[in-house]
Write a protein that binds this ligand. Structure first.
Ligand SMILES: [Zn+2]
Length: 172
């Protein structure tokens, strides 16, 4: 069941973006049409990244490619988050929509600064693969270096888990 949810979380957003793009630009100008009929090497790479990510195979690549960094970050995060959950803070506005808005804003804020961080110094060495696409499409989102995948949970997990720890039940 968890695996199905994982697949849905990966595939549904991409399908939705392809759908919106196709409706907005028309089939003739859509990246989905280009992917099917005129794909180039960049898009073929995007498909591979997406399939590896969507099937979970990329997790293995991250574990090997990051020399265990992903595992260390993940287990340290888990310990830290367990400690936070043990504090039993409560953060609940009383309105599901407002809770969602708080989560969305905090996640977007941290995701933005996380992305900016990866444009500087040594982080750029890992992140620049994301910007090597020569044809834009929704799959480019998953074109990332294993080291970036290993480090990102350290920064991105907080907005998702802190409100969950605070509310005790989680909003999602
Ligand atoms: Zn970037």
């Amino acid at each position: 069941m968890i695996y199905l949810i994982f697949i849905a979380k990966i595939f549904f957003p991409v399908a939705l973006v392809y759908f919106i793009e196709t409706i907005s630009l028309g089939w003739k100008n859509s990246s989905l049409r280009r992917l099917i009929y005129k794909k180039n090497l960049s898009e073929i790479n995007d498909v591979w990244f997406f399939l590896m990510y969507g099937t979970g195979a990329f997790s293995t690549i991250v574990a090997i490619g990051s020399f265990g960094l992903g595992w260390i970050v993940g287990s340290e995060m888990q310990k830290t988050l367990s400690n936070i959950a043990g504090l039993h803070f409560r953060f609940d506005t009383g309105y599901g929509g407002l809770n969602f808005a708080c989560y969305y804003l905090s996640f977007s804020f941290i995701e933005y600064w996380n992305h900016r961080l990866f444009h500087y110094g040594i982080f750029w060495n890992f992140h620049r693969i994301h910007h090597t696409a020569t044809a834009m499409n929704p799959l480019v989102e998953h074109r990332n270096h294993p080291i970036q995948h290993a480090l990102e949970p350290l920064l991105l997990a907080w907005p998702e888990v802190v409100p969950e720890a605070w509310t005790g039940t989680g909003w999602c």
